[in-house]
Design a protein around this ligand. Structure first.
Ligand code: ADP
Length: 293
């Protein structure tokens, strides 16, 4: 039997806030997950389900009460000296990351991470240009103050700051929160582009939006009360676990729900249709076949 070490793994990961106090709270309850290089995984769940607590364990910002977090098979909390390296490998973009923009120009702000890691000025320049390109901010933004940018642009600049550290795993916590439709579409499209690049950025997208998941991630983990209650291919989860999702108050995306119901009535919509583009395509094809158009 081949034994391939997963990139990220948690074993019986449990986190209790204020352990021993009358108000202690089990935020993570025996989480076992594995993520491979190149995967793009969505984590969804209501406020308070444990998503933020989980991702903060993946770069050792929080320590397990019990259990382990392994990166390439190594326990990240076993060796204090290794922590800095782990934080470089696992890039975490917090909610509202634009609140942490601070420097005079976008270019300087994005340079901060790599320079702080000891990367040379020349290599930092390459990285800054590359990561700003990845988030769709062209050279005209380099010398602007981050505070002159629109909400969506600010957020993209903040994401570029983490990308410039070239993390092997990029974790985005609610990257579309509070943005208007356009800002949200832009962010999701850039995340999709990162996912599809040749070297396939490994991504965890934390959200409470099923629509975001349907548009971006192929795999979905559902959290509820500190546990992962469902983990599978997004399209299959929407199709086969709709009742479970509803029972914890998470609605399947409308288009996925419509497609599933039509399939149940024998209408030939293929599995995996979750967003408007593929749905329109399937309906056109069907209408054509039936000679309706
Ligand atoms: P989510 O990210 O899904 O909203 P969190 O991981 O923030 O969930 O929270 C999980 C549970 O842990 C919640 O009940 C929350 O109130 C509790 N919690 C989160 N952070 C703390 C903290 N610093 N101290 C005590 N309890 C916390």
């Amino acid at each position: 039997m081949t034994n391939i070490t997963p990139f990220i793994e948690t074993r019986a990961l449990t986190h209790i806030y204020n352990e021993g106090a009358s108000f202690e709270k089990t935020a993570l309850d025996n989480i076992n997950l594995k993520i491979e290089y190149g995967e793009c995984v969505g984590i969804i769940g209501h406020t308070g389900s444990g998503k933020s607590t989980l991702i903060q364990h993946l770069n050792a910002l929080l320590k397990p009460t019990s259990g382990q977090v392994l990166v390439d098979g190594l326990d990240i909390n076993a060796d204090k000296k290794a922590l800095k390296k782990i934080r470089e490998r696992i890039g975490l973009v917090f909610q509202y990351p634009e609140h942490q923009l601070f420097d005079l120009t976008v270019y300087k702000d994005v340079s901060f991470g790599p320079l702080n890691m000891g990367i040379s000025k020349e290599e930092t320049d390459v990285r800054v240009r590359e990561s700003l390109r990845q988030v769709g901010l062209s050279e005209e933004f380099y010398e602007k103050s981050p505070f002159e940018l629109s909400g969506g642009q600010k957020r993209r600049a903040a994401i570029a700051g983490v990308l410039a550290m070239r993390p092997e795993l990029l974790i985005l916590d609610e990257p579309t929160a509070g943005l208007d439709r356009r800002g949200r579409d832009e962010i999701l499209n850039h995340i999709k582009a990162l996912r599809d690049e040749k070297n396939r950025q490994t991504i965890i997208l934390v959200t409470h939006s099923m629509e975001d998941i349907a548009r971006v991630t192929s795999r979905l983990m559902v959290m509820s009360h500190g546990k992962i209650v469902c983990d599978g291919v997004s399209a299959e989860v929407f199709d086969r676990k709709a009742e479970l999702l509803e029972s914890i108050g998470l609605a399947v995306p409308q288009i996925a729900e419509l497609a599933r119901r039509l399939r149940e009535k024998g209408v030939g919509i293929p599995e995996g249709v979750m967003t408007s583009g593929p749905a329109a395509e399937a309906l056109f094809k069907l209408a054509n076949e039936k000679g309706l158009i």
